[in-house]
Design a protein around this ligand. Structure first.
Ligand code: FE2
Length: 169
């Protein structure tokens, strides 16, 4: 389970990375719900990413999607229900079931044919993700022009992440 070991290593160095605001790049993900702010930094041949993900409005439906990389996630704050399934290509597979994740929960996905949809159970979620190098696997294209997270919001997310780490140690 290589990507889980990578997540554990990322957790160890995260406090140092959080003290370096300049290494983080950012983008607002707003092409499909749930909307999120993403901060990431290159790491070896991978990326370390922090997401602040927002809750769904009643009329919003979470996008069910695969990722073009193997990845692992540690939930730092908030909770969500995750519907999941597995299948190749672009056609959404039948969901296999769901899990509810709470702070401290982590999962590692070693297949690029894993699909999921996230349903936040509150106003916002904070999570740490490690992603392996991108593959050519199809994933839903971003349809909205990319814009960065404002610097003050980036600093707020880094501070929230630091506080969440302190709570879980
Ligand atoms: Fe995802």
């Amino acid at each position: 389970m290589q990507i889980r070991r990578d997540l554990e290593r990322a957790q160890e160095i995260l406090p140092d990375l959080l003290d370096q605001p300049d290494i983080w790049r950012s983008v607002i993900i707003e092409s499909a719900p749930p909307y999120m702010e993403r901060l990431w930094t290159p790491w070896e041949d991978k990326r370390i990413t922090i997401h602040r993900t927002y809750g769904l409005e009643p009329e919003e439906r979470s996008i069910y999607h695969p990722h073009p990389w193997r990845f692992a996630v540690l939930l730092l704050d908030g909770a969500y229900r995750m519907v999941f399934g597995t299948g190749p290509g672009k056609e959404a597979p039948t969901p296999l079931g769901d899990v509810v994740l709470c702070p401290g929960t982590s999962y590692a996905i070693e297949s690029i044919d894993f699909w999921h949809a996230l349903y936040p159970l509150g106003d916002s979620i904070l999570s740490l993700m490690v992603t392996a190098p991108r593959t050519d696997r199809w994933s839903p294209p971003n349809t909205v022009p990319k814009r960065p997270v404002p610097p003050a919001v980036c600093r707020e997310i880094l501070a929230e992440t630091k506080a969440a780490l302190l709570l879980h140690h």
